[in-house]
Design a binder for this molecule. Structure first.
Ligand code: C5P
Length: 239
C-alpha cells in the first residue's frame, strides 16, 4: 500500500489517500488540544501510544463482532483504515459522572450512574460541538433514525466489551466518545480512534486519572499515564 496526498489534517491525526480507493492511511500526531482548540500542547510519544492503544481496542472489538475501520498497523505511528465518510456526530457513553456531565447535572465526579448514559454532540468546531438530540439530528439530516439506532446499539455493546476488558486490567472506563462513518458501499462502520484522548480511564483502586484529563487539567505525568494504559493492555512501551 502506498501513502498518497493528504485528505484531511485534524487536531490529533492526519489522514492520507492510498493507492487503493477503499483505504485511508492514518498518521497519529503528538499534538494535543483541549477546550475546542483553546489549549494546545505536545504530549511526547502520544502519536505512537494512541496508534497502538487504538489498534488493540479495535482488534478486540472486531474479535467480539463489532466491525470497525481498523485494518492493520503500518508503523509505530501509522495505521491503515477502511475509507469512510465520518458522520459529524460524537457519541458519548458514560458509566460514572465526570467532566461536562458532572458539571451540567451538579454531580460529584465519580458518582456511579444507574445505567450508562448516552449523549450526542454535533461535531462542529465553530459551534463548539453542542449537545444535540435525535430531533436535532433529524432536522440537520446528520444521520437517519435507523443509523442513529444502530449507533446507539453498537455504542452500548462497545461499552460492555471495553468495560469488562478493562475491569480485568484494573481500569475503570468512566466515559468515552465514539465516531461512526459510512463506507462507499453505504455501510455504517465504527471509526476514528479509541484512546486516552477520547476516553476517561481511572485506575480502579487509586482512582488516579490515566487519560487526557491530565493534560486538560495540568495534572502532570501525561505521557506516563498514556504509557500505563498501553502497559495494562499488554502492549510494549518504547520510551
Ligand atoms: O467533556 P466531556 O465530559 O463531555 O467528555 C466526555 C468524554 O468524551 C470524555 O471521555 C472525553 O475524552 C470524550 N470527548 C472526546 N472528544 C470531544 C469531547 C469529548 O473524545 N470533542
Amino acid at each position: 500500500m502506498e501513502k498518497k496526498e493528504l485528505v484531511y489534517e485534524g487536531k490529533a491525526k492526519k489522514i492520507f489517500y492510498t493507492d487503493h480507493e477503499n483505504y485511508y492511511w492514518v498518521e497519529y500526531k503528538d499534538d494535543a488540544t483541549a477546550f475546542n482548540g483553546e489549549k494546545r500542547g505536545t504530549i511526547v510519544g502520544k502519536g505512537e501510544l494512541n496508534n497502538r492503544i487504538s489498534s488493540i481496542f479495535f482488534t478486540l472489538l472486531a474479535e467480539q463482532g463489532i466491525e470497525n475501520h481498523f485494518v492493520k498497523l503500518l508503523s509505530p505511528t501509522e495505521q491503515l483504515v477502511r475509507k469512510v465518510r465520518i458522520i459529524p456526530i460524537e457519541v458519548v457513553i458514560r458509566n460514572l459522572a465526570a467532566g461536562s456531565l458532572a458539571k451540567r447535572l451538579g454531580l460529584e465526579e465519580g458518582t456511579p450512574l444507574r445505567h450508562p448514559v448516552i449523549e450526542f454532540y454535533y461535531k462542529d468546531d465553530e459551534l463548539g460541538d453542542p449537545m444535540i438530540n435525535s430531533s436535532h439530528i433529524s432536522v440537520l439530516q446528520l444521520a437517519t433514525q435507523e443509523q442513529l439506532e444502530e449507533m446507539k446499539t453498537i455504542s452500548l455493546r462497545v461499552n460492555q466489551i471495553l468495560t469488562r476488558y478493562l475491569e480485568k486490567r484494573e481500569v475503570l472506563l468512566v466515559d468515552f466518545k465514539l465516531e461512526y462513518g459510512i463506507t462507499p458501499d453505504a455501510k455504517l462502520l465504527l471509526a476514528d480512534e479509541i484512546s486516552p484522548d477520547t476516553c476517561r480511564f481511572w485506575d480502579a483502586n487509586s482512582k488516579e486519572k490515566l487519560d487526557k484529563d491530565r493534560f486538560r487539567r495540568d495534572l502532570g505525568n501525561v505521557e506516563e499515564a498514556y504509557q500505563e494504559i498501553l502497559k495494562r493492555l499488554g502492549g510494549e512501551v518504547h520510551v
